[in-house]
Each structure stands twice: as C-alpha cells, then as structure tokens.
Design a binder for this molecule. Structure first.
Ligand code: GSH
Length: 215
C-alpha cells in the first residue's frame, strides 16, 4: 500500500505530506514544481491536467487532486487514528466548513497569485489584483479568527489534533508569512503553535519551510 505524492517543498503538498506522516502511511515523494521549468511542469501535467500540486497517486494507481478532498478521504479511510471527526461527531460540521473554507476561499487567492494572467490578460492590472488578493486573504483569515474566539482549544476542534489544524498551520506559513498571521489571528495562533509541536508535523515542516518551528 504505497502512495506517491507529487509536490514541492512549501507548496500545498506540505499538508498531504504531514497527513501521510501522521497516519504512518508508506509513501514516495516526487518533487515537481508546477511553477518551475518545462520539465517540472511536464512532470506535474502528467498526473494532473490542471498542472497543480498536491497530486496524490493512490495505491491502486488512481490520481487524486484537491488538498481538502485528499485530507478528508485519508481521514475517513483511517478512522482509528482519529485525525478526522466521524460523520456523526459534533465537530464534523466545523471540520468540513473550515477545511473547505481554507482550501477554496483562501487558497483561491494564492491561485490568483500563481498566475494572474489566467484571471486578466492585461499585465497592467496584475499589481492591483495581487494587492486586492492579499487584502482579501487577510480579511478571510481574520474572519475565521473571530469565529474561533473563546474556543476551548488546545486545537481548533477541541482536545484532538485534526487535519484542519494541519491545513491551517501550513497556510500560516504562506504569504504574507507567519509574523503577519500571528499578528492578525490571535485566537488561531495558539492552535497553530500547538500543532507545530507535534513531532511528525515538525519533521515535515523542517523539510518544507525555511523558518524552523519554535522550540
Ligand atoms: N485546489 C487545489 C489548489 C492547488 C494549487 O493551487 N497548488 C499550487 C501550489 S501551492 C499550484 O500547483 N499552483 C500552480 C498553478 O496553479 O498553476 C488544491 O486545493 O489542492
């Protein structure tokens, strides 16, 4: 039962890599930069026609894309490990809501940054679009932060580390960076810090992000 993960350090593949590690699954990492040279792009396009990572090849050879779908799938496939609330658990609606929110609403601002020409052909508009995407991203994270004010913690869904924590911890490392995240998201910050103390996450983060996990 071997999985193959196509990804690039620091990219969206980091949350899938962390998920595979947390679940103790056997996997091979294929480095492929979707924003890199022709060879890299061809490697990604061979498994994902959209040319994006993460792309996970399942043990039966099928390709799976979409980060949140991959995390939800793996969490449900290995329920004994308890990184995903069960379908009938009270935490399940929040788990699906916020994981989808991060993977669609927030991630789409990075999709814009990765290729503004896909959204507007005139380069003269790109700077304005990128600035607007940055503001929108910050506003969305701030609104998520407000929703988690007063939560008991220590993790986003309570006592147990879930793949939602993993996803948010990954995004906290993306532009404009962890310092900005910490400043704007005081209620989410302790959950992210706690998540990064997990030995499997710390190991994966060391491979993916330049700034080390604080001791
Ligand atoms: N909806 C996808 C988005 C994946 C995505 O945008 N990944 C980035 C890397 S972090 C990428 O491959 N960008 C290249 C591109 O969009 O052309 C997911 O959730 O997995």
């Amino acid at each position: 039962m071997t999985y193959t993960l196509y990804g690039k350090p620091g990219f969206g593949s980091a949350c899938v890599e962390a998920t595979l590690e947390l679940l103790g699954l056997d996997y091979t990492l294929v480095e492929a930069n979707p924003l890199g040279d022709a060879e890299n792009r061809a490697r990604v396009a061979a498994v994902n026609p959209l040319g994006q990572v993460p792309t996970l090849i399942l043990p039966d050879g099928r390709a799976m894309t979409e980060s949140a779908a991959i995390l939800i799938y793996l969490g449900d496939l290995y329920p004994d490990q308890s990184f995903a609330p069960a379908a009938n658990a009270p935490e399940r609606p929040d788990y699906l809501r916020w994981l989808s929110f991060l993977a669609t609403s927030v991630y789409s601002t990075f999709t814009l940054s990765d290729g503004p020409e896909r959204f507007h052909p005139d380069p003269a508009h790109h700077k304005t679009m990128l600035e607007a995407a940055d503001v929108r991203r910050k506003d969305m994270l701030v609104s998520m932060d407000a929703a988690f004010a007063g939560q008991a913690g220590p993790y986003l869904l309570g006592e147990r580390l879930s793949f939602l924590d993993v996803y948010l911890a990954m995004m906290s490392r993306w532009d404009p960076g962890r310092e900005s995240f910490d400043a704007h998201c005081p209620h989410l910050r302790p959950c992210v810090e706690r998540t990064e103390q997990n030995p499997a996450i710390a190991r994966v983060w060391a491979r993916n992000f330049k700034t080390a996990v604080p001791a």
